[in-house]
Every structure is written in structure tokens, then in C-alpha cells.
Design a protein around this ligand. Sequence first.
Ligand SMILES: Cc1cc2nc3c(=O)[nH]c(=O)nc-3n(C[C@H](O)[C@H](O)[C@H](O)COP(=O)(O)O)c2cc1C
Length: 219
Amino acid sequence: MDWMEIMKARHSVRRFTEAPLREDAVAAIRAELDACNRGSGLNMQLILEEPEAFQAEKPHYGSFEGCKNYLALVGPKGRDEAVGYYGERVVLAAQAAGVNSCWVALTYKKGKAKIHVPTGEVCYMVIALGYGKSQGSARKTKTAEQVGDLSPNAPNWYRRGLEAVLLAPTAMNQQRFRFALEGDRVRAKPGWGFYTKVDLGIAKLHFELGSGRSADLWV
Ligand SMILES: Cc1cc2nc3c(=O)[nH]c(=O)nc-3n(C[C@H](O)[C@H](O)[C@H](O)COP(=O)(O)O)c2cc1C
């Protein structure tokens, strides 16, 4: 899988066609979801053909249109970074299967969503899924120097990691995190603000995929 190409192709999509998700796409998303739940202790749930959370029967709800499928990011409290990391793994698996997405913390109807939240767990947010009316578009981004310490002799894997970080979705496109090279490893810190730990988890997955390094690269 060329993850860099998949990360480049992914943009937030909020307007969806009527078409239900194809069986092969659902199977690919479920396979990644199950692997992520097993590996993380999260309780993420795929909810299909459910129009209530995004009021899909109405022409517009917020900036969303026609969204009937979503991933509910449920899990124990205090797992914000894991929610970002594993949620984005499912987002990229969906993108690879031709399914568009958008992370959604605020603009969905929580009370109407058919999400099962066991006692002691919380629903952090959802990810809208479907076939977009368009593939979305590139947006404004910070530079690599703004999110990471970048000396002239920084290794190529680190530069590629930062390039992939800039492609990561973040709440309100805030891109508030900081990466620094420490020997052969990397320290990553969230900035201050809403959802910055979730954003950091998403960005760390992008860094791993862009750099080709595994999770043991983190200080
Ligand atoms: C944690 C998180 C929460 C988000 N919440 C919302 C939301 O409530 N409503 C919305 O329309 N977009 C939401 N987004 C989507 C961001 O606005 C979008 O990812 C960002 O503008 C970057 O654009 P891109 O995804 O096309 O790269 C959220 C994204 C993240 C990562």
C-alpha cells in the first residue's frame, strides 16, 4: 500500500451521495476496525445506514449532507491520543477502499446517534463515512518548520515523517503539535487547545507511515 499517496488523496468530505457502502469496502473497514479494537482496548463501532446522527433526510445539517454511515469512537476515558491514532488507521483503510470521510467532534446529533456506550466509557467523537459528491480539496497548511525542529542535516525519514504530518486532519485545521528529533528517535508533543491530543494521535500515525518507521521511534 502506498500510504503517502493515500494520505495525499484524503481530504475531509462532508457531502455524500445516496450510494450505500460496497460490501468489499465494509469488509475492509471492519477488518481494520477489529484489529484496532483488539490492539488498543478501544470499542470503536461502525454504524451503517443510520440517517439520524447527521439528519441525512434533511437537505443540509451543518455542513453535512447525506451522511448515513459513521464510525463511533468509543472507549475508556483518557485515551484521546489512542482515539486519534486508531481512528485515523480506519480512516486511511477506508480511503484505500475508496470511501471518503470526515472527523466530527461537534457537528452531529449525539442524542440521536445509535451508539452503544458501556458504563465507564465515553463516545469521544465520530467519523462520517461515505462516497463523496467530490473528493474534497487541499487546504491551507503550516510548513514542516512550523511543526518540527528541522536542522539542515535532518535525515530523510524524519523529513518524510513531517511531510506526512502536514497531511493529517486536525480539529479546525489547527495543526497544534511539535515534533523534535532526539538521536534516532522522535519526541512529539501536543499544543494547547481543544482536541489537540486526538490530533497528536492522528499526526503520529501519519509520521510513522510517512517515515516508514514503527511505533518504537517515539521517545
Ligand atoms: C479531532 C477532529 C475534530 C473535528 N471536528 C469537526 C467537526 O465537528 N465538524 C466538521 O465539519 N469538521 C471537523 N473536523 C474536520 C477538520 O475541520 C478538518 O480535518 C481540517 O479542516 C483539515 O482538513 P482536511 O481533513 O481536509 O485535511 C475535525 C477534525 C478532527 C481531526
